[in-house]
Design a protein around this ligand. Structure first.
Ligand code: AMX
Length: 452
């Protein structure tokens, strides 16, 4: 069985030849307009992104495969093959995004073990994180940690020595794997420093556990009854599966979203994987992008305080109108590209529906579900939002909340763990293709006026 490096290597010649054939193509991808240039470039097909695509109606596909396809064929954890509740692994998704080919169980077992073996944090990074004020937003801590890891960048070191352009991708791949491997430890450290006075909540298993298992453990979701979350072993296991599903589904969402685009843009200057992805994380920290996950739970908790019956449609509608009338957005609704309910939203809700013993009495979960039937009508009547349906952030936060991850600011950090996978896979391909620095032309107000 081949490993991730040789599988990728085998995929390179054909793709490079295909891209090469298009390099000088003058086929048009559409017109640029003044309105769209000052309107967030909506609809511009101006980016090349290989591994995922978002269709306005169908949502995301990964190399043409839907979420449920991926749930069917991507490998799970080797110890849980007969457990129907065990979700496929984010490392399987990374493999698939990167190589475009379906990994075997054995390949993922090996890759997952490699990631675990590289998960220990260097001492300097622990010092950096320990020196940060606990009042610093965990997303800022995450981006600082990722930037600091550039101390270990194999690409940056090799570039300084002088390497041929054809070798860039190999160093970028090593950096990307190292970065992904360190994220569970980084995320656990930020969590413990920010909320638990630096107490170790669980130990990384550098030998046999998968990436999500390790992330859950360092967040305190250990299998022993003495865990800080006071959860049963079965509930901790649910949380591991929640991390697996959430992180696999959030790994990539084509190239134009802020975190992916920022990573790609910064990477185009040949900044290494750490610097590139830390800028992606800074973009993810914006409330219109990844921070929406925290906003949704805040909003749901607040709404629950304001309605006496979570099944009363009228009360919910009134609450939504009060938000809209005070010129606030309904968090978790709307999307830059999608025009239907986000299939990731549905997959995350399904996680709850599959566990009725946990969720049928969870008012927040039930409220999110009710809201998904009520808010679209209100937003349609309001008439502004192009997509009145729930996006992915509508559902994920309340699931984390249910299992005792109640620190709202922290949800986006887990998103930040997940989103590394797609943009870093693309960064490796950017290097394989030798794509140039991104440098679009800008225009001034006077130039735009002159066009009228
Ligand atoms: N509630 C109220 N108004 C909304 C709205 C919502 N959920 N979504 C969009 N609108 C409004 C916009 O503010 C805009 O109003 P304006 O013309 O007065 O500025 C108008 O509808 C048109 O916007 P749009 O073209 O439909 O959306 P967009 O592409 O500009 O923005 C998004 C998309 C997601 C930022 C926006 O829908 C929003 O702010 N949603 C709430 C926050 C959220 O859930 N973000 C998470 C997105 C997913 C992610 O990246 N994690």
């Amino acid at each position: 069985s081949t490993d991730i490096r040789s599988t990728l290597k085998a995929a390179i010649p054909k793709r490079v030849e295909q891209l090469q054939a298009l390099r000088k193509s003058e086929a048009s991808l559409g017109e640029l307009t003044v309105g769209a240039t000052i309107g967030g470039m909506r609809g511009y097909k101006a980016l090349f992104w290989q591994s995922s695509q978002v269709d306005a109606d169908l949502g995301v596909t990964f190399h043409g495969k839907t979420i449920s396809d991926c749930q069917g064929f991507l490998p799970k954890c080797k110890d849980e093959l007969n457990d129907p509740n065990s979700e496929f692994l984010p490392e399987s998704m990374f493999w698939f995004l990167l190589t475009g080919s379906e990994p075997t169980q054995q390949q993922i077992d090996t890759f997952s073990a490699e990631i675990a073996s590289k998960s220990t944090l260097p001492d300097y990074l622990i010092k950096v994180l320990d020196s940060l004020p606990t009042t610093l937003h965990p997303m800022t801590q995450l981006s600082i940690a990722i930037s600091a890891l550039n101390n270990d960048s194999q690409f940056a070191r090799a570039y300084e020595k002088g390497i041929p352009k054809s070798d860039y991708w190999e160093y970028t791949l090593e950096d990307s794997i190292n970065l992904i491997a360190k994220l569970p430890g980084v995320i656990g450290k930020i969590y413990s420093n920010t909320y638990f006075g630096g107490k170790t909540l669980g130990e990384l298993d550098t030998k046999s556990k998968d990436w999500s298992h390790n992330m859950a453990t360092v967040l305190g979701y250990t299998q022993d009854s003495a865990n800080v979350k006071n959860l049963t072993a079965a509930q901790s296991q649910d949380f591991i599966n929640l991390i697996r599903l959430y992180c696999a589904l959030h790994a990539d969402h084509e190239g134009g979203n802020v975190s992916a685009h920022a990573t790609h843009l910064v990477g185009s200057a040949l900044s290494d994987a750490y610097l590139s992805y830390s800028s992606g994380v800074q973009g993810l920290a914006g409330p219109l992008h990844g921070l929406a996950a925290q906003e949704v739970v805040r909003f749901i908790v607040e709404m629950k305080k304001n309605v006496t019956d979570i099944n009363d449609k009228k009360q919910i509608e009134d609450y939504l109108w009060s938000l809209l009338n005070s010129k606030r957005v309904i968090p978790g609704y709307g999307h830059g590209v999608l025009r239907k309910p986000d299939p990731r939203f549905k997959a995350m809700m399904q996680f709850g529906f599959n566990r009725p013993e946990e969720f049928q009495n969870d008012d927040y979960f039930q409220l999110v579900n009710n809201l998904s039937n009520i808010a679209p009508g209100v937003l349609k009547e309001h008439g502004k939002t192009k997509n009145p349906f729930p996006n992915v952030d509508s559902s994920s936060g309340v699931l984390f909340y249910h299992y005792g991850l109640t620190e709202l600011l922290f949800f986006t950090v887990i998103f930040g763990g997940s989103r590394s996978m797609g943009p870093l896979a693309q960064l490796v391909w950017d290097r394989i293709y030798g794509l140039p620095i991104e440098r679009p032309k800008s225009v001034t107000l006077e130039m735009l006026q002159g066009l009228k």
